[in-house]
Design a protein around this ligand. Sequence first.
Ligand code: SF4
Ligand code: F3S
Length: 91
Amino acid sequence: AHVVAEPCFNCKYTDCVVVCPVECFYEGEAILYIHPDECIDCEACVPECPVAAIFHEDNLPEEWKPFKELNAEMAPQCPVITEKKEPMAGN
Ligand code: SF4
Ligand code: F3S
């Protein structure tokens, strides 16, 4: 599955959610999460993120490895997001 990592924090550009064919992005307060059981690894979202926050779980930079577990844990607890919205202030 693909994973949303650190660069999304306090950004949430949300360009990614619009292109996902299976609507597997979920919205946390300061970051988005991808549900690992729903992501089909189509890669459509990867080039859409202006801050390059999305990685295949096998390609996560070492320091962001914990985001794999974080996405898996948090996605099921958050509301689905399928439409673009204003990025967070300060970015
Ligand atoms: Fe959605 Fe494809 Fe990105 Fe997975 S890789 S989150 S299926 S757009
Ligand atoms: Fe976050 Fe990038 Fe999507 S900043 S909301 S992963 S477009």
